[in-house]
Design a protein around this ligand. Structure first.
Ligand code: G1P
Length: 297
């Protein structure tokens, strides 16, 4: 049996230009989704799947990220003095969540390059990569399912989502074959952000990967691809075309996913999550219905 996976890598060095000016002085990962920064949902998801050793790949301007997962003595003391234990607990949640490490990406040379920066920390073990733009509903445990498949097949595993063909140019797209498992496919090819008319399928990679350490050697040799960046998708394509590292499989996700990567999706994610919250939903849902009824096109 291979070692159980314990490490999660979260690339968080992007500039967040889609959210300017909000991201001028603040990392996009710190944008609140309802009342928690987006990145906290991602760390919570890793921890829920048993991965409490988290490495964030950061860049300039990311101090707020480190501060968020650190103690804040003055605030804690004030809340304690006031006896506001509920708020104190909210403050401490992110501090106690996981064992978080940081490494800077340096040059912004793409997702593949960011993942390669994790090599020293990860060592010779399989590990997970979680991208912050995708939030997965905690009721639909995708990552645990992927970890299970990785252990069973000793392969590389990515998360796939069926998207509208008009959207596939925004994602890595997979050519696939069926397996005996209804939610698992074998990946025979991958292309980063293909035009709709040449995409191998409308199965898109969403931001969850369970990788074998062999990916690091492949990334070292991967030339810049789409957008002049070193693409993780290209390295996975190399692994898919050579079975010596166990091949690449996709877990097809059919659960609830919230994209926070652009403004409209970010707004939708907040509304959806807030509607489902016990403390907010009861007030928000009827208001929303009334508001929608009053909106003119
Ligand atoms: C990255 C990957 C892409 C993947 C996507 C998922 O792209 O390069 O293959 O489909 O994440 O969110 P990005 O959205 O960072 O441009």
């Amino acid at each position: 049996m291979p070692n159980p996976i314990t490490k999660a890598v979260i690339p968080a060095a992007g500039l967040g230009t889609r959210f300017l000016p909000a991201t001028k002085a603040m990392p996009k990962e710190m944008l609140p989704v309802v009342d928690k920064p987006a990145i906290q949902y991602v760390v919570e998801e890793a921890v829920a799947a048993g991965l409490s050793d988290v490495l964030m790949i950061t860049g300039r301007n990311k101090n707020a990220l480190e501060n968020h997962f650190d103690r804040v003595a003055e605030l804690e003391a004030t809340l304690e003095k006031k006896g506001d234990l509920a708020k104190l607990q909210r403050v401490n949640e992110s501090t106690d969540l996981a064992d978080i490490h940081y490494v800077r990406q340096g040059d912004p040379k793409g997702l593949g390059h960011a993942v390669l920066r994790a090599r020293m920390h990860v060592g010779d073990e399989p590990f997970a990569v979680l991208l912050g733009d995708d939030l997965i509903d905690e009721r639909d445990p995708l990552l645990s399912r992927m970890i299970e498949e990785q252990a069973k097949r000793n392969a590389t595993v990515v998360a796939l989502l069926e998207v509208d063909p008009s959207q596939i140019h925004l994602y890595g797209a997979a050519a696939v074959e069926k397996t005996d498992d209804d939610d698992v496919v074998r990946i025979t090819g991958l292309v980063e952000k293909p035009p709709a008319d040449s995409a191998p399928s409308n199965l898109a990679i969403i931001g969850r990967y369970v990788l074998r350490p062999e990916v690091f050697d492949v990334l070292e040799k991967t030339e810049p691809g789409k957008g002049g960046e070193i693409q993780l998708t290209d390295a996975l394509q190399t692994l898919a075309s050579d079975d010596s590292a166990g091949g690449v499989y996709g877990v097809v996700f059919r659960g609830r996913r919230y994209d926070t990567g652009d403004k409209i999706d970010y707004i939708k994610a907040i509304v959806q999550l807030a509607c489902e919250r016990e403390d907010l939903g009861n007030d928000l849902r009827p208001w929303l219905q009334e508001f929608v009824g009053s909106v003119r096109n």
